[in-house]
Every structure is written in structure tokens, then in C-alpha cells.
Design a protein around this ligand. Structure first.
Ligand code: FHN
Length: 485
């Protein structure tokens, strides 16, 4: 007798096949891999519908502000080759200047960053308000900032001869900052790297390369066990796009090795070569990683996914370039980008490119300070904050705290009247409106319907003002309005 037969009610109502189906559905959900009900069958597409719901990802989602650091051999020439400025990003100099690989690799003999002070770096990041940092362990040139036993091109072959990553992780963790490791899959130094797999021997070499990649990643997670996630790059070439099965297995392997690990959408490709979104339009990875030096115009563009924006201070320069050309962003512009991202539910990450000697350029030190000063007063509008229920207005961005439920107005464009238009969402009322920092209560005027004006104090502002709004429902307001007897 099967167990179903023990329950006459159930056997009468639910035929056995439906029960099997329901059990299968339940099992699939419990295994955490819900199969999207999509038209194109994929073995290496998205593993999940929607965002991760675990606490590690919730923690990631609440960071608000992060720091990115690009540091490697390219910081030594700093955008110049034989005294001549090179166009393009400084960290690409080997490729864009078509430098003889031997000549480029010889830079290793000059890597002796006597001013490298991870404790000071971490303090600068902490004072800026950073909650997480992504650090280049290996960029496209293949130079490893850690003592990798799988490569002959590491910090140990440089005059420095000491691990850069270990003291970095320790110092940042000590400041309460989570560390994510950047890792370029594309590796110009490794002879087994291929852009395309045209021949059998290409495939054989690339198989060796895959093994090497897996070994290096295992090494990183083993040496630096507090790593919260891996930030992949250099995954756009045909060879990698044709390796969807491998990148899928790799991601699952890494997450098994370190449960909770966060990996964005830059690692994988599906078996049809699609990156980020699979052939069914579903995200492959824990958050959307296409937002490089750009911010979505509307929240609709992020399609409900977790996302992060990574941004440079000058134009497209990540590694140290002695000659910053083009527009260099001010701290107010950067804060505006930060508020813009948070208002759309994303994290914002600002890049720094230390010099070859390990020191930061003056502009970056100043920016970090200015951003930090603003964050010290207004951080509650950024951390653990996201999209609000308010309609966007021209003066700036609304954010909403996930913890307190308060709404914040981050004001960038103050009208000459100093009157800020606010359209309150349905069934809500403003209970208080205060300037963050001073706690000054600001005048509120009802115009009509749901439209109000909040008046900012006049005067010139160097940085955006933030107004904290406490809202209550219409019903609560009515209760408060009833005179106490
Ligand atoms: O080519 C790299 C570039 O140098 C830099 O590392 C950025 C950071 O997002 N990623 C690549 C371009 O997408």
C-alpha cells in the first residue's frame, strides 16, 4: 500500500500524478533552483527567477557606497610609454600601445611600492563612508598581486616580494569594510589564453587555461577566507563565451567552496553565448553588472534585478594615469550619482587608481574626504536605502530607508524660490520634515491635492542638502488630529 492510500480524502481529491507533480515542484523550490518557465530550453542559463533572498545578498544590497581599486604594473608607466602619453585607459597600455610583451612584463622589476600602506588606504575608505571594496587581484595583464603558485608573474617575482592582498584584506576588514576580489579571466600573460577557439590545439590550450583559472580562484578563496564575493572581468571574448558549461560549473563550484559568495553577471555565458542575460532574458549571476560608467535612466531599465554601478573619477581611466584628461568629476557630481543609484535600488562604487609607489593622487584623497564629510551627515539616506514611493522631481532624488521607513530628499537643483515641490503618495501625510544634520524643521505648505512645497533655507550650498521626511498614513494623521480630552 502506498502512503497516499492511507489518506482517503487526499486520494479522492488529488489524483496521484498531480501529487507527484506537486512534490516535484516543491523539491525544485527547496533545492533553490527554480527553473524559469521559459520558451528556450537552456542547461546553462539562469538558475533562479528574480533576486537572491538570503542574508548575504541582503547585506550586499544595503551597502550603498563602495570603493573600487585598480592597481597593478600599469600604474608604473601611468599612461605614458617612453615619455609619450598614450590614448585610452592606462591599464590597457600593453594592448593599446602594442607594447612588446617582454618589455611590458619587465615592469615587474620596478614594482616596489614603498608607500603602500593598506592601513591608511582602509582608513581613507572608511572615512569616505565605504562599506565594501573591490580590489584587482589580477587585471588583464596577468600580474598577480598575491603569491600565486600557479603563475610566474606575481608579486613574489617583483622587488616587493610580499603579498599585497593579505594585509589589504586584514586592514579593510578591521575597518568593517567587506572585501570583494576583482579577477580578470582574460590573461594576456598566460600563453594558454585564447581569444577564439579556432583549432583543436586552441581548445587543448584553453582547457589548460580553464584549469589554471579554477586553481587561481580556489587559491584566492583559500588564502583570503573573509572574501565576500568575486568580481569578474575580461569575459567578453569568443573563447569564454563558448565556455558556458565551464563558467556555470565554476560558479557553482566557487559557491560551494564559499557559501554565500556574491558573483555578479560578468562571469557566465549561456550555451548560446549570451552574457549577463540568458537567451530567455534572465539574469545569470547575483546582480546585474552592465552598469559601468553609466546609470540607468529609469528604474524600469534594471528590470527588478539587484545592480551596481562602477564609476571612474575622470573619463575612462581605471588604473593610475598621470595625465587625467577630459572631464574630472567633482565630489558633488559623484554624490549626485550615488544618490541617483540608491534611489533606483543600486549600489554605487567609485574607482581609485593608486600610483606605482602605492600612494594616492591628491585629487582622489580630496574627493574621498569631501564625500566622507557629506556621508558622515547624510549617510542614513544612502545605507540600507532604496527606491521610495514618491514621484521623481526636478530638484533631485528620493531615497527610502529599509530600516526606519523614513524618506529622504537629496536636493541637487535648488530652485531660486528655494521651494521644493513634493507630491505625497496616496493615503500618506508628512508628519515631519527636517534638514539632516541640523535637525532644523522646514516650512511645509500645502498647495493642492497631494502637492506641497517644502522651503529650504536660502544661501549658497557646496554640497546637496538632505531633508528627512517622516510619513504617516492618512488614518494615523486623523487620529493625531483628534483633540485629546
Ligand atoms: O577592461 C576593463 C577595464 O580596464 C576596467 O577594469 C573595467 C572596470 O569595470 N572593466 C573592463 C572594461 O569593462
Amino acid at each position: 500500500m502506498n502512503s497516499m492510500a492511507l489518506n482517503p480524502t487526499l486520494t479522492r481529491i488529488v489524483p496521484p500524478m498531480s501529487v507527484v507533480f506537486l512534490l516535484l515542484l516543491l523539491l525544485t523550490c527547496l533545492s533553490g533552483i527554480a527553473q524559469p518557465t521559459d520558451s528556450i530550453p537552456l542547461r546553462h542559463g539562469a538558475h533562479r527567477i528574480g533576486n537572491r533572498t538570503d542574508s548575504d545578498m541582503a547585506h550586499w544590497r544595503d551597502y550603498g557606497l563602495g570603493q573600487f581599486i585598480h592597481w597593478g604594473l600599469y600604474a608604473i608607466p601611468g599612461g605614458f610609454w617612453h615619455g609619450q602619453p598614450v590614448n585610452g585607459a592606462a591599464e590597457w597600455i600593453r594592448s593599446s600601445k602594442k607594447v612588446d610583451p617582454k618589455e611590458y612584463d619587465a615592469l615587474i622589476s620596478q614594482f616596489n611600492p614603498v608607500k603602500y600602506d593598506p592601513v591608511a588606504w582602509a582608513l581613507m575608505a572608511k572615512n569616505m563612508g565605504t562599506k565594501y571594496v573591490t580590489f584587482t587581484t589580477k587585471h588583464h595583464d596577468g600580474f598577480c598581486l598575491w603569491p600565486s603558485k600557479y603563475s610566474d608573474f606575481t608579486i613574489m617575482q617583483s622587488p616587493w616580494k610580499k603579498d599585497i592582498i593579505k594585509p589589504f584584506v586584514e586592514a579593510y576588514n578591521k575597518q568593517g569594510i567587506d572585501v570583494y576580489l576583482y579577477f580578470s579571466i582574460m590573461d594576456w600573460h598566460n600563453p594558454d589564453w585564447r581569444y577564439e577557439l579556432k583549432t583543436k590545439s586552441d581548445s587543448v590550450a584553453f582547457d589548460r587555461f580553464k584549469e589554471f583559472t579554477k586553481n587561481q580562484l580556489t587559491e584566492l578563496l583559500t588564502l583570503y577566507p573573509t572574501t565576500k564575493g568575486l568580481w569578474f572581468d575580461g569575459t567578453w571574448d569568443k573563447s569564454w563565451k563558448a565556455s558556458g558549461a565551464f563558467s556555470d560549473e565554476l560558479e557553482q563550484y566557487l559557491k560551494k567552496l564559499r557559501p554565500g559568495l556574491v558573483i555578479g553577471s560578468r562571469l557566465r555565458a549561456d550555451e548560446k553565448g549570451n552574457r549577463h542575460l540568458d537567451a530567455n532574458g534572465r539574469l545569470m549571476g547575483d546582480y546585474h553588472q552592465v552598469w559601468e560608467r553609466k546609470i540607468p535612466e529609469t528604474i524600469a531599465e534594471v528590470k527588478g534585478y539587484d545592480w551596481e554601478c562602477v564609476m571612474t573619477v575622470p573619463e575612462n581611466q581605471w588604473g593610475y594615469n598621470a595625465r587625467w584628461s577630459g572631464h574630472v568629476k567633482s565630489s558633488s557630481e559623484i554624490i549626485e550619482m550615488l544618490a541617483n543609484c540608491v534611489s533606483k535600488g543600486g549600489n554605487f562604487v567609485l574607482n581609485f587608481g593608486p600610483k606605482g609607489d602605492g600612494s594616492f593622487r591628491e585629487e582622489e584623497i580630496r574627493l574621498a574626504k569631501e564625500i566622507g564629510n557629506w556621508m558622515a551627515v547624510n549617510g542614513e539616506a544612502i545605507y540600507a536605502a532604496g527606491q521610495s514611493d514618491f514621484r521623481k522631481e526636478d530638484w533631485g532624488y528620493y531615497t527610502k530607508s529599509k530600516t526606519s521607513g523614513k524618506t529622504y530628499m537629496v536636493v541637487f537643483n535648488t530652485p531660486v524660490t528655494n521651494m521644493l515641490k513634493v507630491n505625497i503618495p496616496k493615503n500618506q501625510k508628512i508628519a515631519s520634515q527636517k534638514l539632516l544634520g541640523s535637525k532644523q524643521v522646514l516650512p511645509l505648505e500645502h498647495i493642492e491635492g497631494r502637492m506641497h512645497y517644502i522651503r529650504l533655507p536660502g544661501g549658497v550650498r557646496q554640497q546637496p542638502a538632505v531633508i528627512e521626511l517622516q510619513l504617516i498614513s492618512d488614518d494615523q494623521k486623523k487620529e493625531l488630529d483628534v483633540p485629546k480630552t
